[in-house]
Design a protein around this ligand. Structure first.
Ligand code: CIR
Length: 255
């Protein structure tokens, strides 16, 4: 079971209101987003993580979703090339910050695109979503990097959701929280699946951290299902980030 010691987050910028959104559920309130972000950092700290906070960057409305800009493990730091053109460049400040913690970083190069939200680790296997943000070149480059580090890569074509982890989360001990198109998918059949109850699919993006699971606030059925599967849960309100299709995991890089 992994032990996370550190996390990297980035303060939401005022331009968050101009972030990408397909959800059509209104624009985020920046003041509330800042409060929620601070509470999210507190939750990470409560799970034992030391948190590095990068400064807001007004050039990138979506830069609070730092998970999309890198993929990390004990031995590897890969900076991505976001598939959304407006997000390209976010990864530079993240790469610079990671230099303090990793001896070397690798990068996804053009024409490849990859966003960290499309990468889910389960032990030594990394599942990579092929999505509108992660193309076959990006996924292929990343799979090559994984193999060099002794990991296995499994490609998962997506049909409906933005990112792979919009619909599934690995909760350790072979437990997989899953919603929608991922329920019963043969590629994921080796996991013990916890189905996300109808109407709560947003909570499929929950976050295992050192034995506890952060769950978005307001999804009691999913929370109960996770508790029933043996995990202590901690609700965190991320309603303002949800308006931009962002989930709990998107707000941090853990390592
Ligand atoms: C975007 O569309 O890129 C942002 N508004 C949301 C990114 C969410 N990130 C994630 O699911 N990993």
């Amino acid at each position: 079971m992994p032990m996370f010691r550190k996390a990297l987050v980035r303060t939401p910028c005022r331009n968050l209101v101009h972030g990408l959104s397909a959800a059509g559920s209104g624009r985020p309130d920046v003041g509330r987003a800042l409060e929620q972000h601070a509470a999210y950092i507190d939750a990470l700290r409560a799970c034992g993580l030391e948190v590095t906070v990068l400064a807001a960057d007004e050039r990138y409305p979506d830069s609070v979703f730092v998970e999309d800009t890198a993929v990390l493990s004990e031995t590897m730091a890969v900076t991505t090339r976001p598939g959304a053109p407006s997000r390209r460049g976010e990864e530079l400040a993240v790469a610079a910050a990671l230099e303090e913690f990793f001896p070397a970083t690798e990068a996804i190069l053009p024409p490849g695109t990859l966003e960290g939200g499309d990468v889910m680790r389960a032990g030594d296997r990394f599942f990579i979503g092929l999505s509108e943000r992660t193309n076959p070149s990006g996924a292929g480059q990343f799979a090559g990097i994984l193999r060099r580090h002794g990991y296995e890569a499994v490609l998962v074509p997506l049909r409906e959701v933005l990112h792979l982890k919009t619909g599934i989360s690995y909760l350790e001990d072979n437990r997989l929280l899953a919603a929608g198109e991922f329920l019963g998918l043969p590629l994921l059949s080796s996991f013990s699946q916890i189905p996300v109850p109808a109407g709560e699919s947003y909570a499929a993006n929950s976050l295992w951290l050192n034995g506890r699971v952060l769950v978005p606030a307001g999804f009691p059925l999913t929370r109960a299902a996770i508790e029933k599967a043996g995990c202590e849960t901690m609700p965190v309100d991320v309603s303002e980030f949800r308006k931009l299709d962002g989930g709990l995991s998107c707000l941090s890089l853990r390592f």
